[in-house]
Design a protein around this ligand. Sequence first.
Ligand code: KG4
Ligand code: ZN
Length: 362
Amino acid sequence: MKILAIETSCDDTAIALVEASGTMSTPKFKILKSVVSSQIKIHRPWGGVVPNLAKREHIKNLPKIFDKLKVKGKKAKVDAICVTVGPGLEPALWAGITFAKEIYRQLKTENPTKTGQPQAGKLRLIGVNHLEGHLYSFLLSQKTVNSKHKILNPKSYSPTPIFPAIALIVSGGHTILLKMDSPIKWKKLGETKDDAVGESFDKVAKMLGFPYPGGPEIQRLAEKGNPNAVRFPRPMIGSKDYNFSYSGLKTSVLYYLRDNPKAEKEDVAASFQEAALDVLIKKTERAAREYGAKSIFLSGGVAANSVLRNKLLVISNKLGANFFAPPMDFNTDNAVMIAVAGYMSILRKKNKKLIADGNMRI
Ligand code: KG4
Ligand code: ZN
């Protein structure tokens, strides 16, 4: 089935066209088109994403991107439109939902049945949870087993036990650890009690004088610094639960910079990154051991961090578990992951209401 997916939960306007097939345990995805238009430059002067500005830009960008994709007329043959309904910035989410409804009406009248009546019940309009998008993006990943990189081929992965799996979702808004027993059954083990890990990367980068988004800048600086230069705290690393906390670490960096104005930025970035990732890695490893995980899934914008990817790969190898992380283009927000989660929703016969829900949970 051909899926048109729309993602506008934050500052990226993304549309994708994906051919999806297969069953719940052997889903297959072919990316036909994927466009992500970033609004970073527009929000930069404000030091963060401004919801109403994001909405205005999405409304401007969506028709432009859609026209470029040429998904009109009889040839389009779209079977489902999937759109992110939450969590995220509500004005931004509404821009995507409203556009999805418009396209739904358009495609219905452009593809009438023989009697000239709009097709009834064929084209679907599916609401998708953004976090399920990140979670299911393991289905797009390059499978890495014992350091051998292979493109994930659902036929080859389905007989291999990959569940139970431990999934770590790390982004600008979320830090979540889940146990997944099957493609449709999961349980949240823990999450951040305050800032998300990506948010702490963004805030520390800002303290060091770098613009939003800070994650890539911190990683670049850290490559040239000493991760043991400053011993920043590892909040909640010893707590028995699977929760996280990043606001104290950010404050420690702030005080350190205030007291050491001549500190090398590279060393501060490397030491901060080491502390921030240490907690993620330790808790993921502990959960994987506790639940006898056959796989570790990593996703969300912070999954683009190569130190985190490599360390989790090493842990997975040590535990004899598979490691899945999406290819680089599909860690940060994109619409392909929304198509993937949308297809899984269709197979699960689940649909979310087409109402923006900024605080939607997974
Ligand atoms: O998933 P995403 O695009 O948006 C949300 O759903 O939040 O994640 C964006 C976050 C930002 O905080 C950004 O700084 C972070 O991902 N990020 C990184 C890296 N690339 C992006 N954090 C650490 N290292 C990176 N290389
Ligand atoms: Zn995201």
